[in-house]
Design a protein. Structure first.
Length: 241
């Protein structure tokens, strides 16, 4: 469905702060997603990509976004990051929503339908206005189904198949303190970021969430809706070398 392609001229990201650059938008074929990302958000995503590139040399195959509590903007950041990476690098990217507790859109034919055997994977991969970017909604699952799906071999097989089709999979994860199933879902990533909405999330909640994810590869934080510098309590949560 998606062919791998490369654009050598886009290997290096533009961090010059050119505010005349057009905004990036995301429009899905099924009209469930339709949004425009402001330049400040795009720049933040490019800086995140560059930090990852400097820390681990290459963007992970599976990269996740989570938060301490709900309503921190994880889904928005996942879509913004996936759109930016697809646009700037030419890589084939698939954004996969796994938050069955708070789905972004009301779509019964999403990931949940594949994991439970009701749909084929091809049926739920939705193309977008970017030829190398696709998105899969979380779909709808009952509370009992969510627990089973989060730990299922079926979900692992879906991600493995997506890994054969796409260069990068961006996982939109539920909040750490919203459900215990976040941990098994997060373990399916190669690395992840915490999204923190300044003025909403307490330092205690962030610390507790990072402790719960301590055995996984949390590479940093992304501040959402922030106009000042990153607070010291956030910076101190991650070792510097």
């Amino acid at each position: 469905m998606f062919r791998r392609r490369r654009n050598a001229q886009k290997d290096k990201l533009d961090l010059t702060g050119n505010f005349d650059e057009p905004l990036l938008d995301l429009r899905s074929r099924n009209a469930l997603y339709n949004e425009v990302f402001p330049y400040e958000t795009i720049l933040s995503m490019r800086q995140l990509y560059s930090r990852l590139e400097s820390q681990i040399k290459v963007l992970p195959k599976r990269f996740g976004f989570t938060s301490a509590i709900s309503e921190e903007g994880v889904s928005y950041m996942s879509r913004a990051f996936g759109t930016t990476v697809a646009h700037d690098t030419g890589s084939d990217v698939c954004i996969v929503e796994t938050n069955w507790w708070s789905p972004t859109v009301n779509d019964p034919d999403g990931l949940g339908a594949v994991v439970t055997g009701k749909k084929n994977l091809n049926d739920v991969i939705v193309s977008t206005n970017h030829p190398n970017l696709a998105i899969i909604s979380a779909g709808l699952l009952s509370p009992n189904e969510r627990s089973i799906a989060s730990r299922s071999e079926s979900l692992k097989r879906v991600l493995e198949e997506l890994g054969e089709r796409f260069d990068h999979i961006i996982l939109d994860l539920p909040a750490v303190q919203a459900t215990s199933e976040t941990i098994p879902l997060a373990s399916l990533t190669d690395s992840m970021c915490m999204v923190v909405r300044q003025g909403v999330t307490s330092s205690q909640r962030v610390r507790k969430s990072i402790d719960l994810l301590g055995h996984l590869n949390v590479v940093g934080v992304v501040m959402n809706q922030v106009e000042t510098h990153t607070p010291n309590f956030i910076l101190n949560l991650f070792p510097t070398e």
